[in-house]
Design a protein around this ligand. Structure first.
Ligand code: CA
Length: 433
């Protein structure tokens, strides 16, 4: 998983100025999802949905939680099960390498949430140069955003690192995969790169690959994506070297659309990170499972990041607790043509803080503000109008009513926010100490 990477910033979605040959191999040797969505247009809620396989507002994860190691509410609610907890039932070993963002209180630590190994950082973003990482841990933070400067953590220990962060994470991923396959242990690795999220920082080695990009921001962004692509290449090679290339399912995606501040590109999609237009929620997604998923597919039906957990759980035949049903579907039967039709009848989104909603059914997508009295909702045919320019709401009352009524039924199942939002975190101020 990458962070804030634009829809158009992978070769398999047509990117011209940033080669991503290794990421593209996942799509070429497997499937490229043309209309893939995450469940929220910013990091935290999107990841909470991805990691539980459930719409995150079912458990009140409506926004980025405050970065607050003193708050036992500000994280992924403990009554939810992560994909790592579920996979323990099938004897998997799981790791998260990179960005956690599911709470900084010790109760929310990845090792408490089903993961057997953690190498990374707890907050929602991080500096990339090792000399910038000087705080021993998050409790030493004295000002906002200083959590970007904590040392990396291995399991529960702060460690000194020496590489550019993206390389550090890629190397840790390779080590984990080697160890598990040497032990004959099946595994799940959640490699959560923070690249290319801000701050825009890249090394000379990667910057030198882009002499023709004149815009400095875009050049640095390109270098950051290129570093991720190298890491993907190391991992793909490790799978070959370890002889587990054929029986490893690999998924690549971004956690939300490209942001307006990191020089990413979502073209031709409308909008950016934090929007419910396609630019905020439609992401690059590719999946490879050699011998199972026929290679070179372009899958055109809408799919969700929720489907990744559902697919993995179904393929391992792991029972799911009835009180926490998954919202995704197993995609494998659709990719092997055993099933036809749309994996989802409806896909839903909610931005609780903004009273904003969206719903997709077939070609149609409704984007609206549910408390906006008299305001015209946006209705688009996102298949013929990928850029969401042609407003259809005026003479489609029946479609509007259907979409709105299904969204209302879904919304009635959701919770309000259960923790303080990012920005409410003042625990580090002197007054609090
Ligand atoms: Ca993000």
């Amino acid at each position: 998983m990458t962070d804030d990477q634009g829809w158009a910033d992978v070769g398999f979605n047509g990117c011209q100025d940033i080669p991503t040959p290794h990421i593209d191999r996942i799509a070429q040797e497997g499937v490229r999802f043309v209309e893939a969505y995450v469940t929220f247009p910013v990091c935290g809620p999107s990841r909470a949905g991805f990691l539980t396989g459930r719409y995150q507002d079912r458990f009140g994860f409506t926004t980025n939680p405050s970065i607050d190691p003193c708050n036992p509410e500000a994280g992924l609610p403990l009554e939810e099960e992560t994909i790592a907890q579920v996979l323990q039932k099938a004897d998997y070993r799981s790791a998260i390498i990179g960005k956690w963002h599911m709470g900084t209180h010790p109760l929310f630590h990845p090792l408490e949430r089903g993961f057997d190994y953690f190498f990374g950082f707890l907050s929602g973003g991080h500096n990339y140069y090792p000399h910038d990482l000087y705080l021993n841990d998050i409790t030493q933070v004295t000002k906002k955003w200083e959590w970007y400067r904590t040392k990396l953590i291995e399991n529960r220990q702060p460690i000194n690192t020496h590489e550019y962060l993206t390389d550090e994470l890629s190397n840790a991923a390779v080590r984990f995969i080697k160890k598990q396959s040497d032990d004959g242990q099946h595994f799940m690795l959640y490699l959560a790169y923070n690249a290319p999220h801000t701050p825009l920082q890249a090394t000379e080695e990667y910057l030198a690959r882009f002499p023709d990009i004149k815009d400095e921001k875009r050049k640095t962004y390109a270098a950051m994506v290129s570093a991720v692509d190298d890491g993907v290449g190391w991992i793909l090679q490790t799978l070959v070297d370890q002889g587990i290339d054929e029986n490893t399912l690999i998924v690549f995606l971004s956690d939300n659309g490209g942001a307006s501040n990191n020089a990413s590109q979502n073209t031709p999609l409308r909008g950016f990170k934090s929007d419910l237009f396609e630019g905020g929620i439609r992401v690059p997604l590719a999946m490879r499972w050699k011998g199972v998923i026929p290679a070179g597919q372009h899958f055109n039906k809408p799919v969700s990041s929720l489907d990744i957990m559902a697919t993995i759980v179904a393929q391992n035949e792991i029972p799911i607790a009835p009180e926490r049903p998954l919202d995704g579907v197993d995609l494998i039967p659709f990719l092997t043509k055993k099933k036809d039709g749309d994996p989802h009848d409806y896909l839903f989104w909610r931005k609780w803080e903004q009273d904003a909603m969206a719903v997709r059914k077939d070609h149609l997508k409704l984007v609206s503000n549910w408390n906006q009295e008299g305001g015209l909702p946006f209705l688009f045919d996102v298949v013929s109008d990928i850029s969401e320019n042609k407003q259809l709401a005026g003479d489609n009352q029946q479609d509007l009513d259907d979409l709105m009524s299904h969204w209302n039924d879904w919304n009635a199942q959701l919770k309000d926010r259960v923790f303080p939002t990012l920005g409410a975190d003042v625990w580090w101020t002197e007054a609090q100490r």
